[in-house]
Design a protein around this ligand. Structure first.
Ligand code: COA
Length: 333
């Protein structure tokens, strides 16, 4: 029997660079409060959000992904032709087909790249980073561009009290490449489909086609239940991730969780007993919850503010609709 060629196996991968894109338009709490009988005070207190960004008319998921991806590529110094795979984590690309990634790869000049979208909601960036690491270590890819991008403006109802003030638009990217040591620790990931209805669309496309109930299908959330799940499960997942990577909270430079709600971040920081020196991602205050984009946006902002020394370790953890989660410790670029 003939044997098949195998591709070389690499020791590790690491994040080489990051990039981000925030739309220009700032939407304040007062701008959203009127339609949901809320107030700036309530929104700040219950979510930690002060403002979020919104796309300009005509600005798309792919436009934002290209803007963030271009910055990550430029900072890495890697030629776009060397990228083997573009993974776009998103749940708000408004086309059933084609996926966003092939267009994004083309517009970035990544002409030799495969491209696919990944739908794991607010865990999408960490899911994609886990896949990128596996692909690079197995030899299936050399450089992988991971982008988290969302345009929730298209899928949030401005009159839905439970979500209208939470979500925002934006994109963040990371270029991942080969490394002679482990720069992306083991990814801990999972899914609990029994809880699929906690964050879901108001109607499926097929229901909407047969009998439109709403102006357009939009995201709905059982906020309290999601909150309770996150506060109880995220610290456990984080501890298991640290253990799998062979480090403790004392070894961390940064903790960058999905930006779901400032109170969830505060509760997890308390439960993990994070030492004072650990920088915590709190980008939600000015960005809102941008689902798959929230972790790379927070990461890039802290890097731009020079708060994250290169070579330090950051614990990332994404969690959300599905329910799904994914987490890993990375070496900072
Ligand atoms: N503005 C003003 N009041 C509101 C409101 C709003 N937008 N939404 C709810 N309320 C009121 C309710 O009517 C209720 O009033 P009552 O006590 O008089 O009955 C009170 O506020 C509490 O409602 P509740 O639904 O329990 O709010 P909450 O404290 O759970 O906060 C969320 C709501 C959405 C901020 C919170 O549940 C949350 O952040 N959940 C997790 C969301 C999340 O992380 N999502 C992303 C996952 S990826």
């Amino acid at each position: 029997m003939p044997t098949l060629n195998s591709v070389p196996v690499r020791v590790g991968s690491r994040v080489l660079s990051t990039g981000s894109y925030r739309p220009d338009q700032i939407v304040t709490n007062d701008d959203v409060a009127g339609l949901i009988d809320s107030s700036d005070e309530w929104i700040r207190e219950r979510s930690g959000i002060v403002e979020r960004r919104r796309c300009a008319p005509g600005e798309s998921v792919t436009d934002m992904a290209v803007a963030a991806g271009a910055k990550a590529i430029a900072k890495s110094g890697i030629a776009p032709e060397l990228i083997s795979m573009v993974l776009v984590a998103t749940v708000t690309h408004p086309y059933q087909t084609p996926a966003a990634a092939p267009e994004v790869a083309f517009r970035l000049g990544a002409i030799n790249a495969a491209g696919a979208d990944l739908g794991a909601a607010c865990a999408g960036f960490c899911y994609s980073l886990g896949l990128a690491d596996s692909m690079i270590r197995s030899g299936a890819a050399e450089y992988v561009l991971v982008i988290g991008v969302e345009k929730f403006t298209d899928f949030v109802s401005p009159t839905d009290r439970g979500t209208a003030f939470i979500f925002g638009d934006g994109a963040g990217a990371a270029l991942v490449g080969p490394s002679d040591h482990t720069g992306v620790g083991p990814t801990l990931w999972g899914a609990d489909g029994e809880q699929k209805d906690l964050i879901t669309m108001s109607q499926s496309w097929s229901e909407y086609r047969l009998e439109p109930r709403d102006e357009f299908p939009y995201v709905q959330m059982s906020g309290q239940q999601v909150f309770r799940w996150a506060v109880s499960e995220v610290p456990k997942i984080a501890m298991r991730t640290l253990e799998a990577s062979g480090v403790t909270v004392n070894d961390l430079t940064a903790f960058i969780p999905h930006q779901a709600n400032m109170r969830i971040t505060d509760a997890v920081v308390r439960a993990l007993k994070l030492p004072e020196h650990v920088v915590v991602g709190r980008d939600i205050e000015t960005t809102g919850n941008t689902s798959a984009a929230s972790i790379p946006l927070a990461l890039d902002r802290l890097r731009q503010a020079d708060q994250l020394p290169s070579g330090g370790l950051a614990l990332l953890i994404g969690f959300g609709a599905g329910l799904v989660y994914a987490s890993q410790v990375i070496e900072l670029p």
